[in-house]
Design a protein around this ligand. Structure first.
Ligand code: AHG
Ligand code: MN
Ligand code: MN
Length: 304
């Protein structure tokens, strides 16, 4: 059997040593986090978060674990989190600002469907555009735990699997991962009754023209992971009621958009790449579309 390449070895290729260290810190928490899932699954919090959502104990717990590790690394000067009303401050001279969705897909907890964690990393001070991210990565807690990362230095996407129980070791699954040319699946968030006709027409063409199969997981990380592997389209677009959709630009859409584009695909807010969306509001929501280049171009053409 060929020798396996570990995440540590893979990160060794990066010239940006601080960034390599930061990604390793977050990867190192996986065993602790996974171990806690069964004990903290169900409990709902009595208070709403800044979006007016009732979060679960697991949202808060993962948030605290990641905050502790990120600030403790001394590499992060500010952590912006979906679950924090204000950014958490670290060493003022530290190199990075990080955005995170510590638990993405928390409505999947009760049904034991997958969920994940999403991170965006900037050297610049936020707010900045997604294109200015120096790295983006996510963890997906499915039957196995995977970690996918990309950097502005390599512009490549690599996926790893957590290999050993207890010991946090990640082994390389795919290097230079690219979205397959022929898309197979599509997933769409939101209530179809609220979609406008143009978008509805585009979705029909995905089925009858592109012959894509429906697959919707209910966690952005998992929905995107299948696009990365099978090709196709995922969208949580604007609706008549919520023109900006549900997904948050800084905590969810920017990091996934960077990974999608470095994997040879496209992201879009309906008119342009998500990576070029400018906002001074860290809580901004954005219509989010990711997938094969030709499919996203067709979407933008349709929505014009
Ligand atoms: P979060 O759990 O961080 O609040 O994010 C949930 C998001 C995202 O993961 C997913 O794409 C979407 O919400 C699911 O929404 P629906 O419940 O409307 O399907
Ligand atoms: Mn989320
Ligand atoms: Mn979340």
């Amino acid at each position: 059997m060929a020798e396996q390449i570990s995440l540590t070895q893979h990160l060794g290729q990066l010239r940006d040593r601080e960034l390599a260290q930061l990604i390793a810190v977050v990867a190192g928490l996986s065993a602790d986090i996974r171990r806690e899932f069964p004990h903290r699954l169900i409990t709902e919090n009595a208070v709403e978060n800044k979006y007016g959502e009732f979060t679960r104990e697991l949202d808060d717990w993962t948030n605290k674990e990641f905050c502790r590790a990120l600030i403790g690394s001394k590499l992060v000067r500010k952590v912006y989190s979906e679950e924090l009303a204000e950014p958490l401050l670290g060493e003022p001279g530290a190199p990075f600002e990080v955005t995170m969705d510590p638990l993405d897909g928390s409505s999947n907890i009760v049904a034991n469907n997958p969920f994940g964690s999403i991170f965006g990393v900037w050297r610049k001070s936020l707010p900045a555009t997604g294109r200015e991210q120096v790295a983006a990565f996510f963890k997906l807690y499915g039957p196995i735990t995977t970690l996918v990362y990309t950097t502005s230095e390599t512009k490549k996407v690599a996926e790893f699997v957590k290999a050993r129980k207890g010991v946090v070791q990640y082994n390389l699954l795919y290097d230079g991962l690219t979205i397959p040319d022929e898309g197979k699946v599509y997933g769409v968030g939101g209530n179809p009754l609220d979609f406008d006709e143009k978008y509805g027409g585009f979705l029909k063409r995905l089925v009858f023209g592109h012959k894509l199969k429906t697959r919707y997981c209910g966690a952005f990380v998992a929905d995107f992971s299948q696009i990365l592997h099978y090709g196709g389209y995922f969208g949580y677009g604007g609706t008549r009621k919520s023109p900006n959709g549900k997904l948050r630009l800084f905590f969810e859409s920017n990091p996934i958009a960077l990974i999608a584009e470095h994997a040879g695909g496209r992201s879009s807010d309906g008119g342009k790449s998500i990576l070029d969306v400018k906002s001074d509001n860290m809580e901004q929501r954005v219509p989010t579309h990711v997938g094969n280049k030709h499919i996203i171009e067709e979407l933008e053409e349709t929505l014009k």
